[in-house]
Design a protein around this ligand. Structure first.
Ligand code: SUD
Ligand code: ADP
Length: 278
């Protein structure tokens, strides 16, 4: 069985306040992009999890979210052995939720492979126990994420945008940023959702990520990438999630192509991507 594990970007990301349990209430518009890891999963007869990948040392196996997803479900069946191959294309600790997407697809795959009959709601609950970003990947639509990321409301986007994704190899953990966050609550996501559903292009200028205050303070060079994208014709440029990936938003293909040519040799990863759920 083969599955595509799409990356996400946050078109807008607001953090409202820190809760008693240490997590932050957020309000974010999330969308999947045409950059994906590939998971190849086959049953084996050894009742074991065997793993290989095109990249070494993401983290110890027991900490890999794919392994954790398997460990959550393995006692539901007798023949629980699987051979898993991960083709990693999504940059690490990049605000693109690659690990979360891998784990969500692993849960969906095991549900099918082992005929577990789990509902979307049950899979989302398993997902949430592994990370706040996981539930989004069970929706398979653009969604507004609230709560800690698990309250999901699909939205429609009629805007034809393409993104130039830039990652210079900087890795930032979500915990690093959340620890330094102030209270915000400044983004009008109701208005943004309404504009996107009507195809009103003025929405693009309203995209915002409140984590940028913390991120640019600690990693000022990332702000320069946003500036460069704007200079090259992006209608907006912002950090995705807790970073360190930056995306420029384009509605003109020629400008996008030109910006790609200008930037492609200057950073570790420069990719033209589309939104997959529109
Ligand atoms: C910032 C966001 C925006 O989509 O994405 P990334 O940039 O990581 O992709 C997410 O909120 C990241 O979610 P995720 O990375 O799954 O978080 P978890 O593994 O559950 O938690 C990692 C750390 O972030 C903090 N955290 C996470 C989510 C949240 N709503 N409030 C928090 O304070 C937790 O306290 C923990 O210390
Ligand atoms: N399958 C996986 N892919 C990527 N990272 C993983 C995976 N499993 C666990 N991790 C750990 O989670 C960290 C952040 O995950 P990732 O999804 O790449 O970043 P982000 O949360 O910023 O989008 C990684 O640095 C790694 O230590």
């Amino acid at each position: 069985m083969e599955r595509k594990c799409y990356a996400k970007v946050n078109l807008s990301l607001d953090s409202l306040y820190k809760r008693e349990d240490g997590y932050h209430e957020i309000d974010s518009l999330m969308t999947r992009i045409s950059l994906y890891d590939k998971l190849i999963i086959n049953k084996n007869k050894e009742k074991k999890f065997s793993y290989k990948s095109n990249i070494e040392g993401i983290c110890p196996l027991e900490e890999n979210l794919i392994y954790k997803a398997w460990a959550l479900l393995k006692d539901r069946v007798d023949d629980n052995g699987v051979d898993v191959t991960l083709i990693k294309n999504i940059p690490l600790a990049a605000g693109l939720a690659g690990g979360s997407s891998d784990a969500a697809e692993m849960i969906k795959a095991l549900n099918e492979l082992w005929d577990l009959g789990l509902s979307q709601k049950e899979m989302m609950a398993y997902g949430k126990s592994l990370g706040a970003d996981l539930p989004f990947f069970f929706i398979e639509e653009n969604a507004r994420a609230q709560g800690i990321g698990e309250i999901l409301t699909p939205f429609t986007n009629k805007l034809n945008m393409k993104l130039l994704l830039v990652n210079d190899g900087t890795e930032i953990s979500s915990a690093f940023v959340y620890k330094r966050m102030a209270d915000y609550g400044v983004i009008d996501n109701d208005r943004l959702v309404s504009k996107l559903s009507k195809g009103d292009a003025s929405a693009i200028k309203d995209f915002r990520n409140v984590m940028e205050d913390v991120i640019f303070d600690a990693f000022p060079h990332l702000k320069e990438i946003c500036g460069k994208l704007r200079e090259l014709g992006a209608e907006n440029a912002l950090v995705s999630g807790s970073g360190a990936s930056i995306f420029g938003v384009f509605t003109d293909d020629d400008l996008l192509d030109r910006a790609y040519e200008e930037m492609k040799d200057d950073y570790k990863t420069v990719l033209k991507v589309e939104l997959v759920d529109d």
